[in-house]
Design a binder for this molecule. Structure first.
Ligand SMILES: NC(=O)c1ccc[n+]([C@@H]2O[C@H](COP(=O)([O-])OP(=O)(O)OC[C@H]3O[C@@H](n4cnc5c(N)ncnc54)[C@H](O)[C@@H]3O)[C@@H](O)[C@H]2O)c1
Length: 258
């Protein structure tokens, strides 16, 4: 297990799926965690569960697309734990549509949560990290940044934009002691993925079994697969890694195009 003892870590979208697994793993590894999301009940339940286990995890209710909410989450970490070592910009939404059916509302939601939300995290985490001698910012992008997902043009664009954002931040801020990394999940069994199956006229289990058959390792990913990778990337053991995108897709990107 990566050594995260006493690291102060903010995770956006920290109350479901990948973000939830990250908060739980980080807190159980000795980190002091702030989970941010728009899910109040889940957030309170997470904070209570971690406290009952003797770990530190606070919940901050907020919308990442609102700059003041992200700033408040960063402030909470600093006020309660004295600094911010790691920020994981993980909150995301998935909406499917052909570009010909796209509404401005769909576009704004995808970009505001998936891209602008991560921009606010970087904007407000960097000055605090700089003041305290450095830190790590991790982005959750997606293999959708590399693969043309059908009927997900704007989701794909929002995830590719995160990678470009990260690379530019590397050149601006790595010399200040701040590292930037990204995880790029493939198909991970989360509420987001389950919701995306609802539009299909078949049981989720059947779809999942077929998807698993097409993945070289013959299983879908679990949120903990991503959490373990993030734990390593944000730990001091990964100190020479900046600007890297780690695919977590069971080998899918290695498949030949036939
Ligand atoms: N599940 C997958 O297969 C998969 C694959 C690649 C990338 N991803 C990415 O991983 C990340 C996590 O996805 P997940 O599958 O765990 O989804 P999820 O729906 O289970 O969790 C998403 C989290 O984001 C939060 N969130 C949504 N809108 C928000 C907002 N405006 N402000 C603050 N929080 C908000 C939700 O409350 C929730 O906690 C997303 O960025 C997603 O795009 C997921």
């Amino acid at each position: 297990m990566a050594d995260l003892k006493d690291k102060v870590i903010l995770v956006t979208g920290g109350t479901s799926g990948i973000g939830l697994a990250c908060c739980q793993l980080f807190a159980r590894s000795g980190a002091k965690v702030v989970a941010m999301s728009i899910q109040e009940d889940e957030g309170k339940a997470l904070a209570e569960q971690m406290a009952a286990e003797g770990h530190e995890c606070l919940f901050h209710l907020g919308d990442v697309s609102r700059e003041e909410d992200v700033q408040a989450a960063v402030d909470m970490a600093v006020e309660r734990f004295g600094r911010l070592d790691v920020a994981h910009a993980n909150a995301g939404v998935l909406r499917s549509q052909k570009i010909t059916d796209l509404t401005l509302e769909d576009f704004r939601l995808l970009m505001d949560v998936n891209l602008l939300g991560a921009i606010w995290v970087a904007k407000h985490a960097i000055p605090v990290m700089r003041e305290h001698g450095g830190g790590v910012i991790c982005f959750t992008t997606s293999v959708a940044a590399d693969i043309g997902f059908p009927e997900h043009a704007v989701y794909c664009a929002s995830k590719a934009a995160l990678v470009a954002l990260m690379r530019s931040l590397v050149t601006d801020h790595s010399p200040e002691g701040i590292r930037f990394v990204a995880v790029s999940p493939g198909t991970i069994d989360t509420p987001m993925l389950a919701a995306s199956c609802e539009a299909w006229d078949r049981p989720k289990e059947e779809i999942y079994a077929e998807v698993a058959e097409r993945i070289p390792v013959r299983r879908m990913g679990e949120p903990i697969d991503v959490a373990r990778a993030v734990a390593f990337l944000v730990s001091d053991e990964a100190d020479f890694i900046s600007g890297a995108v780690l695919p977590l897709e069971g080998g899918t990107l290695a498949l030949p195009p036939w």
